[in-house]
Write a protein that binds this ligand. Structure first.
Ligand code: COA
Ligand code: ZN
Length: 310
């Protein structure tokens, strides 16, 4: 029998979103110095792409209001992409002042979520981001663009695949270099991943242009990554320890955990360049700061093995 996994990518890029998607949803506030240490520990583990923070309204996300202090304080490692979210021109001003070289803009595939999250219609956000992307590029920045609620909306329910393709294409037309297609609330099942990825590919969007972002709210995170691998997608967002969620998406829990993803990928012989034990060290550090919020199952297994002296 032929190996059904033979066509899987040999190497996958993990975009670590713990410091941003993870910490934005935590009730307790994390001191700026601990955020910096956390980011540096994740990069020490081998993470090459990391969402470090957000330059959004401090009223919208108070947890990341210290972005202006955190971002410049990170000791940057050559070859690592440190990404910061920017929702508007004001955010871009702040990001430029902080020395950011890659931003992430973000809109949604559903109208109600766009309104709740960024207080703009989808079309207004596309117009805003077209200008932001242009100025970011003029300043030598790279731009990643996220399409939230691509697999379901907490307010509208089902999201037509055509909406995802329209918004993704519009962001690329506006100049975005790469895309992250996000299951913000963790409702996707693998057949939907096949549908969305196939539709993006049929619209002419290459595998080098987009990654996938899953939340594990209903336990389908890894299954969805398997579906993505089957279609050759080689970039995934995940958060160390499985922290995370969106304050504007009721009921959403954490991102699929980086440790769980690494365990799956490495077990299948797929390289990531990340050392799972050192990544676990970063999760252990932030778990201490947050008083026990890490939920990753692979993390718990690693910690149990360490306790047994295994
Ligand atoms: N950085 C800091 N402050 C900002 C800002 C930014 N990027 N953008 C707006 N503000 C401030 C304004 O200065 C204004 O302050 P004031 O009340 O003291 O005058 C206030 O926020 C409201 O500004 P306005 O332009 O009217 O924004 P808004 O209230 O329509 O909110 C966003 C729009 C996009 C700024 C806000 O919804 C936001 O930051 N959303 C991000 C949500 C997020 O990060 N979600 C998770 C990621 S998926
Ligand atoms: Zn998310």
């Amino acid at each position: 029998m032929s190996n059904p996994y033979a066509s899987f990518p040999k190497r996958v890029t993990i975009c670590e979103v713990g410091p941003r998607d993870g910490l934005q949803n935590e009730a307790s506030s994390v001191p700026a110095a601990d955020k910096v240490r956390y980011i540096e520990m994740l990069v020490d583990a081998g993470v090459l792409v990391i969402e470090a923070t957000s330059f959004v309204s401090p009223a919208a996300v108070p947890q990341l209001a210290d972005a202006d202090d955190v971002f410049p304080a990170i000791h940057k490692r050559a070859g690592v992409r440190y990404i910061a979210l920017v929702p508007n021109e004001r955010g871009l001003d702040r990001a430029l002042a902080a020395g950011v070289t890659e931003i992430a803009v973000f809109t949604a595939a559903s109208e109600t979520f766009a309104q709740r999250n960024i207080r703009m219609s989808i079309d207004a956000s596309l117009a805003t981001f077209a200008a932001v992307i242009k100025r970011a590029h003029a300043n030598g920045m790279q731009v990643r663009a996220s399409v939230s609620t691509a697999f379901g909306c907490p307010f509208e329910g089902t999201v037509p695949v055509g909406n995802v393709v329209r918004v993704a294409q519009a962001l690329l037309d506006a100049g975005a270099d790469t895309l992250s297609i996000a299951d913000t609330i963790g409702v996707a099942t693998p057949n939907q991943v096949i549908d969305v990825v196939s539709a993006l590919r049929e619209a002419g969007i290459g595998l080098e242009r987009f990654g996938l972002h899953f939340h594990d709210t209903r336990g389908t995170g890894l299954a969805n990554i398997m579906a993505g691998l089957q279609l050759g997608v080689h970039e995934y967002d995940s958060s160390a320890g499985g922290l995370g969620g969106c304050p504007f998406a009721p009921g959403a829990t954490g991102n699929v955990a980086t440790e769980d993803v690494l365990y799956l990928l490495h077990g299948m012989g797929i390289e990531t360049g990340i050392d799972i034990d050192r990544l676990r060290d970063a999760s252990r550090f932030i778990d201490g700061v947050l008083n026990g919020r890490v939920v990753s199952r692979a993390y718990r297994a690693l910690e149990a093995a360490a306790t047994r002296g295994a």
